[in-house]
Design a protein around this ligand. Structure first.
Ligand code: FES
Ligand SMILES: [Fe+2]
Length: 462
């Protein structure tokens, strides 16, 4: 299937061919108009139609030392290997359990086509996700109980079943039961795969994870305007960060970092110290609060209230925005707002791919009345600010008993609140890796199938 960029390339190529034809046949007037029109259409496509789509790997932030060339010739050590070594030498601190209980986004709806299947790996789980003919999505344990093939690797979707690529056993999406073994007279009653509880809303597939296997006691919030198609998808960005999951939402309660990390103008980029141009006359100024929901029925929720001002010469404010960010469970935050000619919602989601590898995404929808470039700008601004945080998260240690001032009290409240998502069986760093044994005991890291790096916990520095 062709994607949008392929379609655009074909469109431009065909347009160029047509112009050549018009010139050749001396239809100069039409050709002239088309030459003027083509760049306008292209600009319109990029700025008013194409959704934002941005991806950054964790190796881009906080590992400047790895990019420094060693003196002299002869070294062929890659940046990635140096980063592996830096990660293995990291002092991790006394980490809380690595996978909290709650709803986590494992896929975006658009990533799972009708009768398509995908391999998903997160929260220490090997999963297969598929979308049946009915349009419903399903998530199950990936390994086939027959002889262990991965159902997400060439697994075929038939109606609402997933069919194993090895010997063709078919499993029903609604309950995981095996409904067909092509070469057997009967199907054993106990042949089934474990199905995971999921909900699909807001353009995401959420999976419920609980270390004790308990049922969900809360649900993610649904945005009616997305479900009805009232709001338009403006785009997304995705980042990998190598840190503990708690570091990401803790940022929302850490008010004092805002006027340090996020103070330099967005125009100085994700690495303000390396910016070529100084934008010192322009700063962001922040104030706000973070509070856990006091209603016991809504204890999985917290609210961050934030005022953002743009300032000239640190003194003259010229723009003020007030926002409320809703933290719902350990992995999802959203911010609803009005302004820029419409209404919208910006999601901030974090899902642990591994104990210390987080997938962080921003996704933005807004009313159709909002000019598309505003949406692109908001996503770009959020991406730049997040890159600054990731540079810190990638290299920091976790201090379980931090030295806090009274101004930092929200951090203490946040940690108390977040601890509700851990239970007695929540996996710890030392037990969470699926494959702790590596072929060469002197090797401290190994690449995984998604290109990330997996640490050998036996060699980790605690
Ligand atoms: S391994 Fe799946 S059918 Fe044999
Ligand atoms: Fe931050």
């Amino acid at each position: 299937m062709r994607n949008i960029s392929d379609e655009l390339a074909i469109f431009v190529q065909e347009g160029a061919e047509y112009i050549k034809y018009l010139v050749a046949t001396q239809s100069y007037d039409v050709a002239k108009y088309l030459v003027i029109l083509a760049p306008i259409v292209t600009l319109w496509y990029y700025f008013f139609w194409r959704p934002f789509n941005y991806y950054r790997d964790f190796t881009d932030f906080g590992f400047q030392e790895a990019a420094r060339k060693p003196p002299g010739k002869g070294s062929n050590v890659s940046k990635r290997n140096i980063i592996n070594d830096m990660r293995s030498r990291r002092k991790l601190g006394e980490l809380p359990p690595v996978y909290p209980n709650g709803w986590f986004i494992i896929l975006e709806s658009r990533e799972l086509l009708i009768e398509g299947s995908r391999e998903v790996s997160c929260l220490g789980l090997a999963l297969v996700a598929w979308r049946g003919k009915s349009g419903k999505s399903y998530v199950a344990d990936a390994y086939c109980p027959h002889l262990g093939a991965h159902l997400g690797v060439n697994g075929e979707v038939r109606d609402d079943c997933i069919k194993c690529p090895f010997h063709g056993w078919a499993f029903e999406g609604s309950n995981g039961k095996c409904v067909d073994i092509p070469y057997a007279d009967s199907v054993p009653e106990f042949a089934r795969i474990k199905m995971w509880e999921t909900v699909e809303m807001n353009g995401f597939i959420y999976l419920w994870y609980h270390a004790e296997g308990e049922k969900p006691n809360w649900q993610p919030d649904e945005m009616r305007e997305i479900a009805t198609g009232e709001w338009k998808y403006r785009g997304r960005s995705e980042f990998l960060a190598t840190c503990h999951i708690q570091e990401v939402p803790e940022n929302g309660a850490d008010m004092s970092h805002l006027n340090v990390v996020h103070k330099p103008a967005m125009l100085s980029g994700g690495k303000p110290t390396e910016a070529k141009l100084t934008w010192g006359f322009l700063t962001h100024q922040w104030s706000g609060s973070w509070e856990a929901n006091s209603n016991p029925e809504l204890s999985h929720r917290a609210l961050m209230t934030l005022t953002h001002r743009m300032c000239l010469f640190n003194k003259i404010p010229f723009m003020e925005v007030n926002v409320q960010a809703h933290q719902v469970g350990p992995g999802t935050v959203y911010l609803r707002f009005k302004g820029f000619g419409g209404e919208g919602v910006l999601f901030f989601n974090v899902t642990p791919l591994e104990p210390l590898l987080m997938k962080i995404t921003h996704t933005f929808y807004s009313s159709r009345s909002m000019l598309h470039p505003f949406g692109l700008l908001i996503l770009l601004g959020e991406a730049i600010q997040l890159e600054r945080d990731i540079a810190i998260w990638n290299r920091k240690t976790y201090i379980s008993r931090p030295l806090l001032t009274k101004e930092d009290k929200a951090i203490k409240a946040f940690r108390r609140w977040f601890s509700q998502f851990y239970s007695s069986n929540s996996p710890r760093m030392s037990t969470a890796f699926n494959n702790p044994i590596l072929p060469n005991p002197s090797v401290t890291t190994t690449p995984t199938s998604n290109g990330s790096i997996k640490l050998n916990p036996d060699n980790l520095s605690f």
